[in-house]
Write a protein that binds this ligand. Structure first.
Ligand SMILES: [Zn+2]
Length: 167
């Protein structure tokens, strides 16, 4: 029996015996009404967009628009054809491929202060195919993980040596 099965069995037993109660059940008074009120108030502040350091002024929507633009699909297909539709990290061919930004897409948007789709069209850096590389889905996930793990907004270039025989 593996870990998961054991866990499921334990839960079932607890449910049957009526011992599946939360650790804090019945422990009223852990937080006074006053504390709860204060917690609620401060949480409201945290989630206000201006107070949130992660808020990027609607960049997510803009990012979505750019990624769905005609120009973007051209950028992507230019990279795919240059790389012969082969993952440049592991060499996989018969798999779903994606175009990876060597310098992060969100960073380019930020650095160039791109605020609209029109602004994006004018940004040379965004459409430079040398900033793109073909990766399979698995390698793309790995690369993005590496980039995100570092500082989200630090310049982090992909640590990939493109497979030379494909070029
Ligand atoms: Zn790959």
């Amino acid at each position: 029996m593996d870990y998961k099965e054991r866990q499921i069995k334990q839960w079932a037993t607890k449910r049957k015996n009526g011992t599946d109660v939360g650790w804090n059940k019945g422990q009223k008074g852990l937080c006074s009404d006053e504390t709860i009120r204060k917690m609620r108030k401060s949480a409201t502040g945290i989630h206000r967009k201006e107070a949130n350091g992660m808020w990027q002024g609607g960049i997510t929507l803009l990012g979505f628009q750019i990624r769905n633009s005609v120009r973007y699909s051209k950028w992507r297909s230019d990279i795919f054809s240059r790389d012969n539709y082969i993952c440049q990290k592991c060499g996989a061919t018969r798999c779903k491929i994606e175009a990876h930004h060597i310098k992060m897409f969100s960073l380019i948007i930020r650095e160039n202060a791109i605020k609209s789709l029109e602004g994006a069209e004018l940004c040379e850096e965004l459409w430079n195919i040398n900033n793109g590389i073909t990766l399979c889905k698995k390698c793309h996930k790995e690369e993005n993980g590496i980039q995100m793990k570092d500082n989200k907004y630090a310049i982090k270039l992909a640590q990939i040596t493109p497979l030379k025989y494909n070029r």
